[in-house]
Design a protein around this ligand. Structure first.
Ligand SMILES: [Mg+2]
Length: 327
């Protein structure tokens, strides 16, 4: 583990801890999507009763089986911060709508962005009007997504079940790209770069979705009153701050937040957390996080890529925090 911020002082940090982690290329291997090498640190989190909140561009439909596979009883953040998935009784909200049939058995989905159908409608109208060249998940079959992402066909089908955001590949030239970005912004849509795709989604709408995800996909979506978040931009950082606020609201005392990520869509999450862990890419490079721009922040870089780096850095940080607690 490389300590980039000279003189990181873990003695000012403490348990309890909340861990927010990107998945692809971070907890999961970029190519195989496996996480075996992270098991020691995952076990350590469970033994210390520290919540792990997967914070990802993946869909709710992908996250339900994943949280089940991890045996993770904690919330998740999906579609780059557009949705917070809360296990139904996690914060004891008796009136919240819920979904049945998964572990944890029921979830409340809080949406922070406008719904997928609206986003698709705007993208299609822009394509018709300006002949923009892009390929979105809605344009692709599950088999084509599987080929692009190396996901299995069933997992690619889950990746197509979107609630708010559209991943796309840009196929036009530089000047039309600039025009595309400008047109999106005028329509209150934003672009975020992930590991493989650009992600288009709305800003500043919020609500609660009541959805049955028992196999047929999200249905019966309904928005409550809109809310404005920061400057209107939405990202993983906004979503984790909202979730941290909920932890505080429901009685968790001040805690140390740790975020792990590897791509530009993780930067806001890394900025928001007390400790930012940048996971090395498989080709040996790192996300350009601008360590010098965060002189007072605890920024760590993993030596190893993907889940091995996740394990290495998180184990070391938790060892520091635990030893502080026992001093
Ligand atoms: Mg990633």
């Amino acid at each position: 583990m490389i300590d980039c911020a000279n003189g990181v002082d873990f003695h000012t940090l403490h348990l309890p801890v909340l861990v927010f982690s990107d998945l692809d290329g971070t907890l999961l291997d970029h190519d195989t999507y496996e996480f075996d090498q992270a098991l020691p640190a995952l076990d350590l989190l469970q033994s210390l009763n520290i919540p792990l909140v997967p914070t990802t561009s993946k869909t709710v439909a992908e996250m339900l089986p994943f949280n089940q596979k991890l045996n993770n009883p904690h919330p998740f953040i999906a579609e780059n911060g557009c949705i917070i998935g809360l296990p139904e009784t996690y914060f004891q909200q008796p009136d919240a709508p819920h979904i049945e049939g998964h572990t944890p058995k029921t979830y409340t989905l809080i949406t922070l962005a406008r719904l997928y159908a609206d986003v698709l409608e705007i993208l299609q109208s822009l394509r018709n009007q300006y002949d923009f060249k892009f390929l979105g998940f809605n344009d692709l079959t599950a088999a084509e997504i599987a080929e692009l992402t190396q996901l299995s066909l069933p997992k690619a089908q889950l990746a197509k079940q979107r609630l708010c955001s559209e991943p796309l590949l840009w196929q036009g030239d530089e000047s039309s790209w600039r025009a595309f970005k400008s047109e999106l912004r005028q329509r209150n849509l934003q672009l975020l770069k992930g590991g493989r795709f650009w992600h288009v989604f709305g800003i500043s709408d919020s609500g609660i979705i009541s959805a049955d995800l028992g196999g047929s996909g999200p249905t019966g979506c309904g928005l409550t009153s809109p809310g404005v978040l920061n400057d209107g931009l939405l990202n993983k950082g906004v979503a984790i701050q909202k979730l941290v606020d909920l932890y505080h609201e429901y009685g968790t005392r001040d805690c140390t937040t740790i975020a792990l990520g590897d791509s530009p869509n993780d930067i806001d999450m890394l900025d928001t957390a007390d400790i930012a862990i940048v996971i090395r890419h498989k080709d040996g490079t790192y996300l350009d996080y601008g360590v010098e721009d965060h002189p007072k922040k605890r920024v760590l870089l993993s030596h190893q890529p993907g889940p091995a780096g996740w394990n290495e850095t998180l184990s070391a940080v938790l060892a520091h925090l635990s030893s502080n607690l026992s001093e």
